[in-house]
Design a protein around this ligand. Structure first.
Ligand code: HEC
Length: 112
């Protein structure tokens, strides 16, 4: 039973890895420019209380977006987030589909 759980977890990881690789950066850019740039900046350079996203890995971006969407404070805290400002970010992740998050992660990871 334990072995099966481990196998299923591994399969799940592989699936999400494949989905991440399938992120469409061009689609991510349109969504980013429309929904994220107003706070994080057009080059994801950050401004004031809005953190810089440029330079983060696609894995990190996907992980935090999923955590904001699901209200997973433990994961956010582990990444140094999840303070009072996360209430500003959470609604922006709430409406994102799995594909949106993959696309956004793929795009933002191209920014330096
Ligand atoms: C209304 C302003 C606002 C908008 C719009 C917004 N964000 Fe955020 N975002 C924030 C704030 C504030 C934080 C910091 C939250 C914290 O400290 O917990 C944040 C944090 C993040 C983080 C975590 C950064 C890290 O260090 O890992 C990511 C990733 C992120 N935003 C992506 C996005 C994406 C993608 C969009 C568009 C779908 C978006 N944000 C739209 C305000 C915004």
């Amino acid at each position: 039973m334990k072995k099966l759980t481990v196998l299923m977890l591994a399969a799940g990881l592989m699936t999400s890895g494949a989905a991440m690789a399938a992120g469409d950066a061009a689609a991510g850019k349109s969504l980013y420019d429309a929904s994220c740039a107003s706070c994080h900046g057009i080059q994801a350079q950050g401004q004031g209380m809005f953190p810089k996203l440029a330079g983060l890995s696609s894995e990190r971006i996907k992980t935090t977006l999923v955590a904001f969407k699901s209200g997973d404070t433990a994961t956010l805290k582990k990444e140094g987030l999840g303070g009072p400002n996360s209430a500003i970010m959470a609604p922006n992740a709430a409406g994102l589909s799995e594909q949106d998050m993959d696309n956004l992660s793929a795009y933002i990871a191209t920014l330096k």
